[in-house]
Design a protein around this ligand. Structure first.
Ligand code: GAL
Length: 443
């Protein structure tokens, strides 16, 4: 009896192997598009093994890492035959990831998809002929009209769209420790004058006014770009990146002077800290404020801090009506092994479900405009409203520090100039470095 059963089981197994092999034979295109959504297709040519997709990003800090994990989990639940592998490389703003990515792209070994900032950063890959257009994917998913035009522009070039926006971050925010402000009788500062008055008061009481973590220089570059936005306003600020406003304009010099003054109020150990260490100083009450994109909000919440109760926020001085846009998108590199599976991932990123799951944890707002606001906390709800208002008044500004305003080559030069400036604080030298870097801007 037992022997008969074993023979029968062996026959069934052989039959199912033959069937599986037939199902996959000679039609890899079909197998990729067959039914992962329903969880009934094998999805690759190796008979049952999952298709692996390497999802490349730099989301490894508290908040952002959790958001990515939730996103990948949501995707795998929908597509059980695809394994979305987290291939994040640590280092805020892609300080390490971008170099790794460049080596891989140039070596013909692209990840399945990668985090990229809409705007100039994405366009370098488009111009190099490394990306596949996604117009058809937009059509298939009914995305036309679903993302704000400005965000679509940031992801489009030469009449094609090249990436799917997952989030919108706001870059011009001061986050502050409410208790520290209250204990020291400090109000959230709206203007540069108010900022310096508050900083003086805190300093006098022995509290570090402004936490900075510029181990990788970009948080200092952010502080500078926000100062430029505050001083110039969104319209003039935009002219910096087209070459219409020269870097030796008196208002730029004045911004550099304000930036220098701000550096007089930062923590001594700034050069050995990352952005999240600076955010932690605020949580610990060792510093009162930090200027950071709202992934810091994701970090605070991940650490159990509550918006409005434990931390407050206000736009950086002079930028009350402006919105410094930082947009993370994902595209389809040419030459990937499983383009159809990558398209499934990209399609998922654009769903309401994915945009809520991810952005709720990340501190960002959905790129889609038709998502139910009530699913977000009080911070994100106010950001959604501010984005809308800034959009209507043309006060959306592109971030240089986060790749959108100008090319990576120009950004590297600015980061280098900022790096020297933070230690030497020579305004004339700084301005002349910015001016000479501006020859890299496309006129
Ligand atoms: C930005 C990115 C954000 C966040 C931040 C810190 O460049 O757009 O999503 O990851 O870096 O790592």
């Amino acid at each position: 009896m037992k022997k008969q059963f074993r023979v029968f089981a062996a026959m069934i197994m052989a039959l199912s192997l033959i069937l599986a092999a037939c199902g996959n034979s000679g039609d890899s295109g079909n197998s990729e598009s067959s039914g992962e959504g329903e969880g009934n297709g094998s999805g690759n040519a190796s008979g049952g093994d999952k298709v692996k997709l390497e999802i490349f990003s730099w989301w490894t800090a508290g908040g952002e890492a959790d958001a990515l994990k939730a996103l990948l989990k949501g995707f795998e639940e929908k597509y059980p035959n695809i394994n979305a592998v987290n291939a994040a490389v640590a280092g805020g703003a892609g300080s390490n990831a971008k170099a790794v990515l460049a080596t891989r792209m140039q070596g013909g070994d692209p990840p399945a998809t990668f985090q990229v900032h809409g705007g100039a950063e994405l366009f370098t890959w488009v111009d190099a002929g490394k990306m596949a257009p996604l117009d058809k994917l937009y059509e298939e998913n009914g995305w036309n009209g679903v993302f704000p035009p400005k965000i679509v522009d940031m992801n489009s070039k030469n009449d094609h769209v090249w990436a799917v926006p997952l989030d919108i971050h706001r870059g011009n925010v001061i986050f502050y420790n409410k208790k520290v402000f209250e204990e020291n009788g400090v109000q959230p500062p709206k203007t540069f004058e108010e900022f310096f008055a508050a900083a003086e008061k805190l300093k006098a009481k022995g509290v570090t006014p402004l936490a900075l973590g510029d181990k990788n220089i970009w948080p200092a570059t952010m502080l500078f770009e926000n100062t430029l936005l505050g001083k110039l306003g969104a319209e003039k600020y935009a002219k910096l990146w087209t070459g219409e406003l020269p870097f030796d304009d008196p208002a730029v010099k004045e911004s550099a002077n304000i930036f220098k003054k701000m550096l007089g109020y930062i923590n001594e150990n700034h050069a050995s800290l990352a952005w999240q260490d600076a955010a932690q100083l605020v949580i610990d009450g060792k510093a009162a404020m930090t200027v950071m994109g709202d992934w810091a909000e994701g970090y605070f919440v991940a650490k159990g801090w509550k918006p409005k109760e434990d931390f407050g926020w206000i736009e950086t001085p002079g930028t009350e009506n402006a919105f410094m846009v930082i947009n993370d998108s994902f595209g389809l590199p040419k030459g990937v092994e499983n383009p159809d599976a990558v398209k499934k991932f990209l399609s998922y990123l654009g769903t309401k479900e994915a945009q809520v799951t991810f952005n709720k944890i990340k501190g960002s707002i959905p790129a889609r405009t038709d998502v139910d606001k009530s699913k977000f906390n009080v911070y994100s709800q106010s950001t959604i409203e501010d984005f809308q208002a800034a959009k209507e008044s043309s006060s959306l500004a592109l971030s240089l520090a986060h790749g959108s305003a100008a090319s990576p080559g120009f950004l590297t030069k600015v980061n280098n100039a900022v790096n020297v400036f933070v230690t030497q604080q020579n305004v004339d030298q700084f301005i002349s470095k910015l001016k000479s870097a501006s020859s890299l801007l496309k006129k």
